[in-house]
Design a protein around this ligand. Structure first.
Ligand code: HAX
Length: 439
């Protein structure tokens, strides 16, 4: 057995035993009450799921196994020049709750290289699609097409013991993550660079090789990829891509089906697609204003015109956060360190000054602050990755780390089919009437 798998099995066995005992003793204790607003309002804040890999605080933002983003930057093993954390280390941390050593991260990089072979039919599936197919559609189809290789599906057909579900799920997870950079880069090159593909460079880490296959060289872009693929990985379990992966996985659909489901959720403009929408909106604004360096007053006017046409300001607001997103701040810090004179970056920072008071003045927006998507596009444009329809695929490559490590936990802890209760408005009205009678 590999060292990560052995460690995961030990941790999962211990936690499974602990949870069983806890449920036996406290299973009927009440943890929450649900209001009518929550039932109609997208289930905001209702605690209905266990997600071991990360937890989101409305003020502090995300913590991965207890570590904030600035802390992760300190403690995770870094890329070759020692600057940004390697996402391999975050995956290790999410899976087993321990900061890996340099040696362990090196082992994981090598594992993913060994497992990175993409089946030929997946390239054929991609090549059969019109080149103008949205990259997220291509990404989702490519992931689903590899389901032919699922270890879990094969073992289930053969008749696997429930207690062993986690094992082929771990194998699927490792294989899938290993292949995603190659698939994403293939989509990028076929869509925007005439199918002029670049072979993997096996001497590089997961992010460095990804940057190389995209066709963007330079150490700074590799560092951006390390940071980007780390900070987008997980945001606890209730966000749409994580929850969709979890829901699909709860039917014992394998990791390929589950991740494809999660990616379809990420492709919505209120979620991951917001990263393309932000830069599209910024470029439209600069075009409309006829300048690359608009004043704050000009930006404010444009924000107001977007709002008055009934559209949202992409990159602002959040269902849980109530402060500037630490993932936005981490990217701002990166920009300050590496590219502080970039024109688009400066526009992003001006928007950060202008938008929150305007959204606040509407009196209905619960979080006027920027989220993760408000900054990422400006960084990518700087390094030459200007094709913004591709941005959500980058997010997806990273998000796979979180949702698939969580899927391993769901299988190891034996979580059941997810099946919350729905009600009709008729039921709500008659229940309210009964409450009034009894009052
Ligand atoms: N611009 C304009 N109006 C906004 C807004 C924004 N950025 N954010 C929220 N609002 C509006 C909502 O549309 C809603 O209006 P109505 O009552 O008229 O329907 C009202 O404010 C209350 O919404 P909320 O409770 O503050 O926010 P929700 O939890 O319902 O929604 C969203 C959270 C992220 C979907 C929302 O803030 C939004 O649409 N933001 C813009 C899109 C975006 O950036 N999405 C990415 C979010 C982060 C993410 O998942 N990244 O992948």
């Amino acid at each position: 057995m590999d060292p990560l798998k052995t460690k995961f099995n030990e941790k999962a066995t211990a936690l499974r035993t602990e949870i069983r005992a806890m449920l036996k003793e406290h299973g009927n204790k009440k943890f929450d009450e649900v209001t009518l607003k929550q039932i109609y309002g997208g289930a905001r804040g209702i605690k209905t799921m266990i997600w071991e890999t990360s937890q989101l605080d409305p003020i502090e933002g995300i913590r991965f196994r207890g570590y904030s983003i600035p802390e992760l930057r300190e403690v995770l093993p870094k890329g070759p020049d020692g600057k940004e954390p390697r996402p391999e280390g975050l995956f290790w941390l999410m899976l087993v709750g321990e900061i890996p050593t340099e040696q362990e991260v090196k082992w994981l990089t090598e594992q993913w290289l060994t497992r990175s072979h993409v089946p030929e039919h997946t390239f054929k599936v991609l090549d059969s699609l019109p080149v103008n197919t949205h990259p997220m559609t291509q990404f989702s189809l490519a992931i689903a097409s590899m389901q032919t290789e699922s270890c879990f599906a094969r073992r289930y057909d053969e008749g696997i013991d429930k207690a062993d579900y986690w094992d082929p799920t771990y194998e699927d997870t490792m294989n899938l993550i290993a292949r995603l950079p190659r698939i994403a880069a293939y989509i990028y090159r076929r869509t925007y660079h005439n199918g002029d593909h670049i072979s993997p460079d096996v001497s590089q880490d997961w992010s460095g090789n990804f940057a190389h296959m995209l066709g963007i060289e330079g150490d700074d872009f590799k560092n951006l990829m390390r940071l980007y693929l780390t900070i987008h990985a997980d945001h606890e379990g209730g966000n749409a891509s994580a929850h969709a992966t979890h829901l699909v996985g709860s039917t014992l659909s394998d990791a390929y089906y589950s991740l494809a489901g999660g990616m379809n959720a990420l492709a919505g403009p209120l979620h991951g697609l917001a990263n393309q929408e932000v830069i599209r909106w910024i470029f439209k604004m600069l075009d409309a204003l006829g300048t690359k360096s608009p004043s704050k007053e000009q930006i404010a006017d444009y924000v107001n015109s977007t709002l008055s046409s009934g559209q949202v300001i992409p990159g602002y607001g959040h269902a849980v956060l109530r402060q500037p997103d630490p993932r936005f701040m981490a990217q701002k810090r990166f920009a300050e360190e590496y590219i502080k004179d970039d024109e688009v970056v400066k526009v992003v920072w001006k928007i950060f000054d202008v938008v929150p008071p305007i959204l606040e003045s509407l009196g209905k927006v619960k979080n006027p602050w920027p989220n993760v998507d408000a900054h990422s596009g400006a960084l990518l444009v700087h390094y030459g990755l200007k094709e913004y329809s591709f941005y959500t695929v980058l997010f997806g490559v990273s998000r796979a780390l979180g949702v698939l490590s969580a899927l391993c936990w769901s299988r190891a802890l034996g979580f059941p089919l997810e099946r919350p209760k729905s009600v009709t408005t008729e039921w709500v009205k008659s229940t309210l009437a009964k409450m009034e009678q009894e009052a």
